[in-house]
Ligand binder design. Structure first.
Ligand code: ZN
Ligand code: ZN
Ligand code: FE
Length: 754
């Protein structure tokens, strides 16, 4: 009898792959075995040529969440007298390879069990199977087996043991398998730490408290979340004041599809994402007259919406009977709490009640955020469901060496490039707090241990004060490996180029908040020519001063003041900008500018957005970074108006004519939507001017400004219409969450150039 051995790589562990192989072999009467190990899955099968060929074809088609990336088969010697097909125990001790399964949303079969009276797991909040459940948030090491997960503390009961051992059961080798008899349990505590209720009673009491307007801290899949009634303005306001989060939109979890459809428009592609194993938060268009109050996402035509991704969420949302705000358990700018003691300490002042359980969370993993645009999806936050899936980069020469890139400072991620595959950490958030920089160091240790990696190159930002830069410097000294410092916007552009496997020269339009430039000024409105590991700054926005420096990021009126100073010198603020300044503030800023004191120059397009939003009176004070730009995007809507002009010389775009145009329109009493539409059209013109100057067929778009769907669409239309190939981020964030990818790509390219 012919016998073949196959090496299978991809997402093949923790997703029911081996049982699927077993069933396929059984159906064809094959003998042999399948074996899980650190490199993936190996199997040997013996039978007729026809059956073996059919078997290998079927292996490639094993459905999601499994994903076969490569299957290499070879003929080997027959094993006489083999009687059956078996699943062997996992091997140990080999060098692990980046094949760690991400967490998977509750599957339909498990949801049906949880909903069906009489089932063993009826209303059990920790139900899972090989197709769904926690993975990355419970794994301690590879290969993925129960003794190396947070579930090791829960010995299986005889019923679960039987399912776990039965190759024909849906829970065969489902590592987190559990039931009410043997698995984790719910407990409800007050902020005082006193136990209020357990099990079903805890769930009911938590739901009732939510209906009464309480803030609930919920121990979710990858960390603590804060929940309130999304249909009650008072409850949302309470959460905003406690979390010190004034206006930033909250995500909302809906009990089911039907309730979500009452609040949001959902395309077929968006519906597929909502029901996918990744189950990200989707930025959906709101319907008028929905149940969710405006305070959840003030002034925003979109709502971050998602469906319950664990049985616990499903049961809680059903019991509450309404959509709930579901946001990370943290104070603004801190990472999410995920350990019980830490959560109690950090969230004690934020939540009224804690709905918790005794399954430990191994590492914090936030919810992912995705938006579907006319031309496809773009991932804005890469976390649950995606991290830490290894992605094969299509760039040549990336097979070595091993690179660790530490990212930037906000919305940070870390990336590990090994053997041509890139593993990006889950979204880690801002590194400003002590907790943030601790999480960074912990994630690095975690990834290196997990993937058995010994980096030969390190990469970081140019900025000397980022916690990521300081850690990179320390590690480079400790490991005696070279450190590549990558300019912030170079990394942005390189990330998008790497995502699309662009190897030749390309133009990168990196439009962003601010990042330290190679000349010591703050960049962010750049046209960079990328070539190998190098870049040339072809063009940029003409720099203008930011009075008060970093304070301008959260005070758009300061950007407006600096821009007017650069364009027309000293003077009084025009209305409606004048209304945004109290007392002597305008004069004080003018004094700073006149003395060139604490007024760094910037070419940031994000700050130009701020300035224009402040000039129009749309948004001038306080808030979160990007809020002013969002106000302009939403004000423009779908309006198409004539663009403002630029003074464009040798790649430098002077916005003086644009500012004059805005002021003239304001004086003529034109509304903010008209001005916003003209501004977006002007930016599309700017993109085209730079693309024509560069004369390269490929243009990559990256940087925080391209979170703006309108800007992205306008630039794509303009460049596409002129025959350029435009590439935008898809699987990696266009904001600073994508920086680590770009740093890793640049670092490895430095070794190719030599
Ligand atoms: Zn399931
Ligand atoms: Zn059990
Ligand atoms: Fe950036």
């Amino acid at each position: 009898m012919p016998r073949r051995r196959c090496q299978v790589r991809g997402v093949v562990q923790g997703v029911g792959f081996r049982p699927a192989v077993y069933r396929l072999a059984l159906a064809r009467g094959l003998t042999g075995f399948v074996w899980n190990h650190a490199e993936g899955v190996t199997l040997e099968a013996q039978g007729t040529e026809a059956d073996l060929a059919d078997f290998e074809r079927a292996l490639q088609e094993i459905p999601a969440p499994a994903r076969v990336q490569s299957l290499v088969g070879e003929a080997i010697d027959e094993v006489p007298g083999e009687a059956d097909f078996r699943i062997r125990e996992s091997g140990q001790g080999e060098a692990p390879r980046p094949v760690v399964p991400p967490d998977l949303a509750l599957c339909e079969a498990c949801a049906a069990e949880v909903d069906t009276p009489g089932e063993r797991r009826y209303r059990y909040p920790f139900t899972n199977c090989t197709r769904c459940g926690p993975r990355y948030t419970i794994i301690e090491g590879l290969p993925y087996d129960r003794p190396r997960t947070a579930m090791k503390a829960f010995p299986l009961c005889p019923d679960c043991e039987r399912e776990y051992r039965d190759p024909l059961d849906r829970r065969f080798h489902a590592q987190p398998v559990a039931c009410p008899a043997c698995g984790p349990r719910l407990a409800l505590q007050g902020a005082d730490g006193i136990l209020r209720a357990e099990g079903e009673a805890a769930l009911a009491a938590a739901a009732e408290a939510l209906r009464q307007g309480a803030v609930l801290a919920l121990k979710g899949l990858g960390g603590y979340q804060l929940l309130v009634d999304a249909t009650a303005a008072a409850a949302v306001g309470l959460l905003r004041s406690r979390k010190r989060r004034e206006a930033k939109p909250f995500a909302v979890m809906f009990p089911d599809r039907a309730s979500l459809l009452r609040d949001c428009e959902v395309s077929p592609e968006e519906a597929a994402w909502l029901a996918s194993p990744e189950a990200p938060i989707l930025l959906l268009r709101r319907r008028p007259g929905g149940a969710v109050v405006a305070e959840v996402a003030p002034g925003n035509p979109r709502l971050g919406a998602f469906l319950p991704n664990t049985p616990l969420h499903r049961l809680l949302l059903a019991a509450a009977g309404r959509p709930l705000v579901c946001t990370s358990g943290n104070l603004s700018d801190e990472p999410m709490a995920f350990e019980d003691d830490e959560a109690r300490r950090r969230l004690g002042g934020l939540a009224d009640l804690f709905l918790s359980h005794d399954r430990p969370i191994t590492r914090p993993v936030d919810d992912s955020v995705l938006r579907v645009d006319a031309d496809g999806p773009t991932l804005l936050r890469r976390a649950r469901g995606f991290a830490p899936l290894a992605v094969t980069l299509g760039l040549e020469g990336l097979s070595s060496p091993c690179v660790l890139a530490l990212g930037a400072h906000q919305k940070n991620t870390v990336a590990l490039l090994k053997g041509g595959e890139l593993v990006m950490s889950q979204h880690l958030g801002d590194l400003t707090s002590l907790e943030g920089s601790d999480l960074l160091a912990r994630t690095v240790d975690d990834l290196l241990a997990f993937f058995g990696a010994r980096p030969e190159l390190l990469a970081c930002d140019l900025h000397p004060d980022y916690a990521s830069t300081r850690l990179a410097e320390r590690l480079a000294a400790e490991w005696q490996v070279p450190l590549v410092r990558v300019q912030h916007h170079h990394a942005h552009g390189a990330a998008c180029a790497a995502e699309h496997a662009l190897t030749g020269p390309a133009l990168a339009l990196t439009w962003d908040g601010t990042g330290l430039g190679s000349d010591g000024t703050l960049w962010g409105g750049e046209a960079l020519r990328l070539q190998g590991a190098a870049f040339t700054r072809l063009g940029h926005l003409k720099p203008f001063p930011l009075p008060g420096g970093a304070a301008a990021v959260k005070q758009p009126r300061r950007s407006a003041c600096g821009l007017l100073w650069a364009v027309q010198g000293a003077g009084a603020p025009p209305p409606p900008l004048a209304a945004a300044f109290d007392g002597a503030e305008w004069e004080q800023l003018q004094t700073l500018l006149a003395g060139a004191f604490n007024s760094p120059l910037t070419s940031s397009l994000g700050r130009l957005f701020d300035a224009v939003a402040a000039l129009t009176g749309l948004h001038a004070r306080g808030g979160f970074e990007g809020q002013a730009a969002m106000a302009l995007e939403f004000a423009a809507g779908e309006r198409v108006e004539a663009p403002y002009a630029w003074d464009f010389r040798d790649g430098t775009a002077d916005p003086a004519p644009l500012v004059a145009g805005v002021l003239a329109d304001l004086a003529a009493g034109r509304d903010a939507g008209f001005i916003a539409a003209r501004f977006h059209a002007a930016l599309a013109d700017l993109a085209l001017a730079w693309a024509q100057q560069a004369g390269l067929p490929d243009v990559v778009l990256s940087g925080g400004c391209f979170q703006n769907a309108l800007l992205t669409a306008r630039v794509q239309q303009k460049l596409g219409g002129a025959g350029f190939r435009v590439h935008r981020h898809r699987a990696f964030p266009t904001n600073d969450g994508g920086i680590s990818l770009g740093q890793a790509a640049v670092a490895v390219l430095t070794t190719v150039d030599r």
